[in-house]
Design a protein around this ligand. Structure first.
Ligand code: S3P
Length: 180
């Protein structure tokens, strides 16, 4: 892709349930678009100096959400690909910020698809020690409307492979750049 085209591309924000592939698709996009990837979970872990399960265990979910909101506000709008945590849409202010910074891209996948991918992952406090599928079903029920509210583009994560998804997102970004 030409440098001039690359420079004009809008900066995508990836949203969706945990385990839907935000980080891995973010990495692919980052490589192809030569745009840095910022993973908000990594930013939070670095700033807190501890893992996400430890933040939840020591300070609770609300404190984690505070850190998440600060990380979002600090990084949105920069020339980066932003991979968010699955719960970033829970707070109204975060949703407002997301909607003000298109394009927001929802990688949509069912609880069944995700449960099969993240079974036994100790790094996900919201499903630790619980029946992953029923917990994810409850999270999906609560969050799908919120993802929908924020998304400019919805990607069917389940029926496409990661390369096709990456290409589809790039095509969309180019179309948006042309329309500017
Ligand atoms: C969370 C998802 C995680 C992480 C934290 C909370 C959530 O991020 O932010 O464990 O509320 O769904 P990923 O979606 O990157 O796994």
């Amino acid at each position: 892709m030409k440098k001039k085209t690359l420079r004009k591309l809008p900066h995508p924000v990836l949203i969706g349930l945990m385990g839907c592939g935000k980080s891995s698709i973010g990495r692919r996009l980052s490589k192809k678009l030569k745009m840095p990837l910022v993973d908000l979970d990594d930013v939070i872990v670095e700033q807190a100096g501890m893992s996400i399960p430890d933040i939840f265990a020591r300070d609770g979910e609300e404190h984690f959400r505070d850190l998440e909101s600060v990380a979002l506000a600090n990084h949105i709008g920069q020339r980066v690909i932003l991979a968010s945590g699955g719960g970033v849409v829970l707070r109204k202010l975060n949703r407002k910020i997301l909607k003000e910074h298109p394009p927001v891209i929802w990688l949509k996948a069912s609880p069944e698809f995700i449960a099969a991918r993240i079974a036994g992952d100790a790094n996900r406090p919201l499903i630790a020690n619980q029946d992953a599928l029923s917990r994810l079903t409850a999270l999906a029920e609560e969050r799908y409307p919120l993802y929908k509210e924020c998304a400019d583009l919805v990607i069917d994560r389940e029926n496409m492979d990661k390369d096709d998804i990456t290409d589809k997102i790039i095509k969309y970004l180019k179309k948006k750049a042309k329309a500017q």
